[in-house]
Design a protein around this ligand. Structure first.
Ligand SMILES: Cc1cc2nc3c(=O)[nH]c(=O)nc-3n(C[C@H](O)[C@H](O)[C@H](O)COP(=O)(O)O)c2cc1C
Length: 143
């Protein structure tokens, strides 16, 4: 079984960029998920906020075959203070004690942090992306 696998969800590619860096540095599999919903533009933005705030559920698909791994690094955005809807669906499919959660946002931190192997906040307003990734990867490569 693989040691690590990286899975990401993205609307505007920030989480994609982060997930690619992590998978590259860990030399492990990288898989994207999608919810096949059009979140583009201002209407899409408002809809996304509404879905997140009301916990409206979405179906997801894996774009590729996910190989089994001992631990998963799951990367995705914060929407209106909570995780993006597709992230909630995705995280429902994995036990938290197998997941390192990486959340990208402008500046907020995800509130529900309990039970994960680790939780990392990448905030564009503090420009901490590469430092957080380096810390995470360093920790994973020494375990
Ligand atoms: C609907 C919506 C709500 C958001 N709410 C927040 C928020 O509450 N706090 C925050 O810091 N960023 C918020 N953001 C910004 C995103 O979390 C941030 O841009 C993220 O990196 C986007 O990731 P992506 O490019 O992978 O989609 C929001 C973005 C969207 C679309």
């Amino acid at each position: 079984m693989n040691k690590y696998g990286v899975i990401y969800y993205t609307r505007t590619n920030n989480s994609k960029r982060v997930a690619e860096k992590i998978a590259d540095q860990l030399s492990c599999e990288l898989i994207q998920i999608t919810d096949n919903i059009n979140w583009k533009g201002i209407i899409g933005y408002l809809k996304a906020g509404f879905y997140s705030m009301t916990n409206k559920s979405v179906d997801i698909q894996f774009l590729g075959h996910l190989e089994a791994a001992e631990e998963y690094i799951i990367v995705g955005p914060l929407w209106a203070g909570g995780l993006a809807s597709a992230m909630k669906t995705l995280l429902g499919q994995f036990p938290r004690d197998k997941v390192h959660l990486v959340v990208t946002s402008i500046g907020s931190h995800v509130e529900d942090r309990s039970g994960y192997l680790s939780v990392h906040d990448i905030t564009s307003n503090t420009n901490n992306e590469d430092a957080v990734i380096e810390d995470l990867v360093k920790g994973l490569l020494t375990t």
